[in-house]
Write a protein that binds this ligand. Structure first.
Ligand SMILES: Nc1ncnc2c1ncn2[C@@H]1O[C@H](COP(=O)(O)OP(=O)(O)OP(=O)(O)O)[C@@H](O)[C@H]1O
Length: 571
């Protein structure tokens, strides 16, 4: 919660003013039953119309002031809640953007999504409610008790006997509620994860007729959320009926004792009437306090989830490691890495590339090809060994400088709901010429020109209105458009036909001759012209050389070549 107070700090003057206005309104509300009792017991018996009208006018004024001040204060409370949540959401989004891939893996994406949406919403509700009721409810409660004590001390004893029981009840229920709401939020994370997977894989689910299976999977997590919600809800829902019970018992006793005291001439009917009104005010104040506790339970569970992300220390710091003069552009020396820090995902990887050279990486699924790329881009830190660009260890290159060296197409990269030009430009303001050159090299220009609105053609989210091959060409164009120092194509020509694939490679050689290129591929034909080919198996380097060298030295490479190219193994 300390984090939240930090965000509330700039609004303290406005909140104080709002709470002061609320205070005035609440006092007006408290005065009304007292004036009513005074009118019934003291003014009406005098039978002076002018006096009755005067006190009636005072009551009207008090009511109007109570309504107006409450409206103004509530609006101010909403303003503060909106602006505080906006700032929290902004900082949370920024922090999430800077989390390292490892930290994102640890939090999981659905959990980050719900922290950014549901949790910030819960905070918004809590901050708003605390301001609307935080002053009003305690004043109505304490003020009500004080006024009733002065009005009818004997009857107030009945009330005072009941209130501690209610206080204890609220405390006990809220203490149980906070962990239950944290638990519920985790259930929601898991539901978001399932929905996310389902929507991302909607095509394959339909194609394999797995809709029913997915429905069952969703029902399962949905039921779990309902179960946790029920558990939290039931615990919290116990409060209101039990409180009502206590208070109704108290009210009945007040009426019995009050009636007896009026009959005995010890008090007046106006006082009993006012006492009953105060009793209702006190009841409502207690109910409001309970609602505040429920909201606080949710809000504080959400606040700690948000705090967890905001307080995550920066990962992948830039280190002051001296570089060494090198004629290699990219260099891997004895690099080892493991995601879980148990079994090595990559083990003892070595290669050197000169500027403008091409490296092809091939190997079975899950052998560590994409991981190697991730290490080069420093999305994760290697466990041991050296990764250098121009002789400079990647850990010593500031992230922005490092990442602008790359043009990259990852597996399953996304296109956005925008024009083709904007998707290639990607917010870099590159100019039409660079965009068209990149599109031409990526073999995308022909199909773009065939569209009625060319580069202004709008794509749907994730590029669902273009074919798989067209999508890959646009993504390659995006990677090329920034004229990168290093181009990485991670299995990104798999949907291209052989002819287009070969045209792409030829265009890369002629127009991006100074760009060092790394191509991860499943097809030998995509990499056989590369200057170096790295063959991986289970994270280990089992072959390194040119196509011809590997045919001689690496059995696995020869087997893949024969299976894909038959007898024609010439480069
Ligand atoms: N974020 C991650 N957390 C934990 N393990 C991971 C993560 N990403 C990949 N792995 C594991 O590391 C291994 C190597 O994965 P990687 O994606 O590098 O393989 P790949 O050779 O690129 O596979 P593919 O050809 O299928 O793309 C796999 O066993 C994979 O399950």
């Amino acid at each position: 919660m300390r984090t939240i107070f930090r965000y509330l700090k700039p609004y303290v003057p406005r909140m104080s003013l709002g709470l002061f206005i609320k205070f005035i309104g609440t006092i007006m509300d408290l005065l009304l039953p007292w004036i009513l009792s005074y009118m019934i017991d003291d003014v009406v018996p005098q039978e002076r119309i002018s006096l009755i009208l005067l006190w009636g006018g005072v009551m009207l004024l008090c009511s109007a002031a109570a309504v107006i001040t409450n409206i103004v204060a509530n609006r101010m409370a909403s303003w503060v809640a909106q602006h505080t949540t906006e700032a929290i959401r902004h900082d949370l989004f920024t922090r999430i953007s800077y989390l390292s891939c490892k930290q994102i893996d640890d939090f999981t994406i659905p959990s980050l999504e719900s922290r950014l949406t549901t949790d910030t919403y819960n905070l918004h509700q809590m901050i708003g409610m605390m301001q609307r009721l935080g002053v009003r409810a305690p004043i109505l409660l304490l003020g009500g008790i004080l006024v009733t004590l002065t009005l009818e001390p004997v009857l107030s004893l009945v009330l005072l006997a009941v209130l501690p029981l209610i206080g204890l009840l609220v405390f006990a229920v809220s203490r149980k509620g906070i962990p239950l709401y944290g638990n519920l939020q985790q259930g929601i994370d898991s539901m978001v994860r399932t929905v996310r997977e389902n929507i991302a894989g909607i095509r394959v689910i339909k194609a394999l007729s797995k809709t029913e299976y997915e429905q069952n999977r969703f029902s399962h997590v949905n039921e779990e959320v309902v179960r946790r919600e029920k558990k939290a809800g039931i615990t919290m829902a116990l409060t209101n009926p039990l409180m009502n019970l206590f208070l109704n018992i108290g009210l009945t006793m007040v009426i019995l004792v009050g009636a007896w005291r009026v009959n005995a001439g010890l008090t007046q009917p106006g006082k009993i009437l006012a006492f009953l009104t105060y009793f209702t005010i006190i009841l409502n104040a207690m109910l409001s306090i309970t609602r505040m506790f429920v909201m606080y339970s949710k809000g504080s569970a959400s606040a700690s989830r948000i705090h967890e992300v905001l307080s995550t220390p920066a990962d992948l710091a830039v280190l002051e490691v001296p570089g060494a003069a090198s004629d290699s552009h990219i260099e891997f020396q004895h690099v080892c890495f493991s995601y879980q820090k148990k079994e090595d995902t990559l083990y003892d990887i070595n290669f050197r590339l000169k500027r403008g050279e091409t490296l092809g990486i091939i190997g079975a699924t899950g052998c560590g090809k994409s991981t190697l790329i991730a290490l080069l881009m420093r999305l994760y830190d290697r466990d041991s060994g050296e990764i250098r660009i121009d002789g400079q260890p990647v850990e010593s290159i500031p992230p922005h400088e490092l990442h602008t060296k790359f043009g990259v197409v990852f597996q399953n990269d996304v296109l956005f709901a925008d024009t083709i030009a904007a998707n290639i430009d990607f917010g870099r303001e590159l100019g039409q010429e660079a965009i068209e050159k990149a599109a031409a090299c990526a073999q995308a220009k022909e199909f773009i020109d065939a569209l009625p609105d060319g580069f202004s053609h709008r794509l749907t989210a994730k590029g669902t209105n273009v074919s798989g091959g067209q999508k890959q060409r646009l993504l390659i164009a995006r990677a090329l458009a920034g004229n990168p120092e290093i181009l990485i194509l991670d299995d990104s020509s798999s949907a291209l036909d052989y002819k287009t694939d070969s045209l792409l490679r030829r265009a890369l050689r002629s127009q991006y001759a100074k760009t060092t290129t790394i191509i991860v591929a499943q097809r030998i034909s995509s990499i056989l012209h590369a200057d170096h080919i790295l063959v991986l198996e289970d994270g280990k380097e089992i072959g390194y050389g040119t196509h011809e060298e590997l045919l001689e030295t690496c059995n696995i490479y020869r087997e893949i070549s024969i299976s894909q190219m038959g007898g024609d193994l010439s480069a």
